[in-house]
Design a protein around this ligand. Sequence first.
Ligand SMILES: NC(=O)c1ccc[n+]([C@@H]2O[C@H](COP(=O)([O-])OP(=O)(O)OC[C@H]3O[C@@H](n4cnc5c(N)ncnc54)[C@H](OP(=O)(O)O)[C@@H]3O)[C@@H](O)[C@H]2O)c1
Length: 247
Amino acid sequence: MTGLAVVSGGGTGIGLAIAWSLVREHDVVLIGRRAEMLDRAAATLADQGAGTVRPVTADLCDPAAVLRAADEATTGGRQVDVLVNNAGGNFAPKPSDDLTETRDQYLVNLRGNVLPTVLLTKALLPALRRPGARIVTITSIAAFRGNASYGAAKAALHPWSAELAGQLAPDGITVNVVAPGYVGGTEFYRDRMTPEFHRARSRQAPLGRGGTPEDVAGLVAYLTGPDGGFVTGQIIQINGGALPGRG
Ligand SMILES: NC(=O)c1ccc[n+]([C@@H]2O[C@H](COP(=O)([O-])OP(=O)(O)OC[C@H]3O[C@@H](n4cnc5c(N)ncnc54)[C@H](OP(=O)(O)O)[C@@H]3O)[C@@H](O)[C@H]2O)c1
């Protein structure tokens, strides 16, 4: 029987590339807030692999919506083989000198990056396949390098993931983080994206280019595939060398 993969933020960008890769061998549930993006993604993914694709609309910061999405994702008592926590973004990219604005920026980024991951994972915990499920959470190079409230929010997911890896290892479930550097071609940078911005970001990587959503999807495919079963509790950077790993 085809396995079940749940990808948050699977309607666009990195999440959509991950869904493209997972649908080869899984039924895939795409979760996001905008139904039209999810429907469009589901239409492009249809018949691209062995699996079916189901869009589920939900704001993953809202506990009631998360419970409903988890129920929909596991309709018929399905077990979850792969959970990719990809939903998030930088919702306050311009730091402020004002204290109240600074508070609001930290709250909006903590809310928008931590809650979708923590709430969806918690809601799906009982449905994870034991043994065998894989959880991957997408954080960012910003968690190591800074970037104010966004970096802080992504960094918060690192100890969360490490703790969960320890809790779920006895059940045969792996839990890892993928922390990408600059990835172009997504909605992430919105109106900040210009050709010069893209060139400048791409030059930060010694490999001489920015990452692609497919680069990240390839790493997620390894962690969720047959060769990745002994990797757990790790934070794996993918950034073209823009920030070397610590020895
Ligand atoms: N692009 C980069 O350079 C880069 C680098 C490092 C890390 N990342 C991380 O990679 C992940 C994917 O980003 P991306 O570059 O692919 O940008 P993106 O296209 O903006 O993807 C973000 C996705 O998350 C969904 N989402 C956001 N908040 C949500 C919520 N509360 N509930 C449900 N879905 C939600 C969005 O859909 P809706 O708006 O429809 O909800 C969208 O599909 C993010 O976590 C981002 O922080 C990106």
